[in-house]
Design a protein around this ligand. Structure first.
Ligand SMILES: [Zn+2]
Length: 429
């Protein structure tokens, strides 16, 4: 997509998130936002070309000469930061899960919700019956909404098809929607989201049969069509065991996919065997073994928290972020946008929850939602900070102090999003 040169001026606080080192943020470095007051950012050809004070920008010879050709945006003293990198979403579904919502409120358990026609089964039925065009429209509508909330890079998982045909259809819908959206989409194959109903009815052996299908039929088909960058597994009791996860990771290596997993949402899984596959991220992490924290701290793997799920399921317990940060683990934040447990695509909401329920500081939450999100997708060389040479992905918030972003919860304060140099939002008029 071609974009006009863009000059953002009169930025009250610019959070650059620039780093001295080429590693994910850990410990004290999570709080370093690299703030420039009264700043300006120049973008050309979809890239950031210079970042500094407004005074320096206006003295720049190129800007003085070309000012008339530049699309200038007066940020009016607002806060500008890197566009959020949402590293964990499930956007390929047709319908909200209102049966689950209402039943859960009235105290129903998982089995009772399933009996009433809710649960993951209803999302699987919805995707299997839907056309690729209908799914593409759903994904595209979600992507537009992500942009409106300041997100410019979205990881998008399949995982409600759970048959060869419907998983391919889901990933093709992600690809088709990504082509229509100016932001960046990172597709992930999550065939191992759940054992589908037709394999559930009988025994453990049938579950192994499904794992074999994921590894031997779905994965090669996804690889052949280049439909995904990552393979993800829901490693949890009631879903896939640690042993099955290793089998899936081994197959993923064979087909040259990088890996990530859902781990520790409901109970503890030992991380050692999984870390051998160098996952880009391990997500949820409500339950973790103390001994695994130091191994995680030594790894490049990002531990990604998704507190929207804890909130929406009404859980009292949230991941112990302070324990992870104290141990030196690189932590990330994501929405886990999905119809069952986290129907939000607002990164500011995830950040607000991280601050109030996980005791992360606003600065730590911002680093986790931007630069560490980029590390979780192995895209930190082009995303997650405002530095010359990186993609022109920025969000302008209608606040004068960055701490207001997680402070004003439940409202959208994003005034403008710039995705690969293309601005959209109320400020762009
Ligand atoms: Zn998830």
């Amino acid at each position: 997509m071609k974009s006009k040169p863009l000059l953002l001026l009169n930025i009250g606080q610019l959070l650059t998130l620039r780093s001295a080192t080429d590693r994910p943020r850990r410990g004290a470095s999570l709080s370093e936002l690299g703030i420039i007051q009264d700043a300006a950012v120049l973008c050309l050809g979809g890239k950031i070309v210079s970042v500094g004070t407004a005074k320096d920008a206006l003295c720049d010879p190129w800007i003085r000469k070309n000012r008339k050709k530049v699309n200038e945006i007066d940020c009016g003293g607002r806060v500008v930061l890197p566009g959020f990198v949402d590293s964990h979403t499930h956007p390929v579904f047709m319908h909200p899960r209102l049966v689950d919502f209402e039943k859960r409120i009235s105290g129903a358990n998982y089995e009772e919700i399933a009996e009433a026609g809710g649960g993951i089964r209803s999302s699987i039925d919805g995707v299997r019956k839907a056309s690729k065009t209908a799914l593409t429209q759903k994904v595209l509508a979600a992507l537009a909404d992500f942009s409106r909330h300041g997100t410019t890079t979205v990881e998008a998982k399949s995982g409600y098809g759970l048959s060869l045909e419907s998983e391919l259809k889901s990933l093709e819908a992600i690809r088709a929607a990504a082509r229509e959206w100016p932001g960046t989409v990172v597709p992930t194959f999550l065939g191992a989201h759940a054992v589908p109903p037709e394999y559930r009815a009988h025994s453990q052996e049938r579950s192994q049969e499904y794992v074999d299908l994921v590894c031997n039929e779905m994965m090669p088909a996804v690889a052949r069509r280049k439909l995904a960058q990552f393979v993800d597994v829901f490693c949890e009791r009631g879903a896939f065991s640690a042993g099955e996860t290793e089998q899936i990771f081994t197959a993923a290596e064979k087909y040259h996919f990088a890996v990530r997993a859902h781990v520790g949402q409901l109970g503890e899984t030992r991380l050692g065997p999984l870390l051998r596959y160098q996952p880009a991220s391990l997500d949820h992490m409500d339950y973790v073994n103390d001994a695994d924290l130091s191994a995680l701290a030594r790894a490049e793997t990002v531990a990604t928290f998704v507190p929207g799920a804890n909130y929406f399921l009404g859980l009292a317990r949230f991941p112990d972020a302070r324990q992870f940060i104290a141990a030196g683990v690189a932590v990330g934040l994501a929405t886990d946008y999905n119809p069952g447990s986290s129907p939000t695509l607002s990164m500011p909401m995830a950040m607000s929850l991280a601050c109030t329920h996980m005791k992360m500081s606003p600065a730590e939450a911002i680093a986790a939602a931007t630069i560490n999100g980029a590390w979780a997708l192995r895209m930190a060389s082009s995303k997650g900070s405002v530095e010359a040479g990186k993609d022109a992905d920025l969000a302008v918030f209608d606040v004068s102090d960055y701490r207001e972003i997680p402070y004003w919860f439940g409202v959208n304060c994003c005034a403008l999003t710039i995705t690969n140099g293309v601005p959209s939002g109320p400020l762009d008029s």
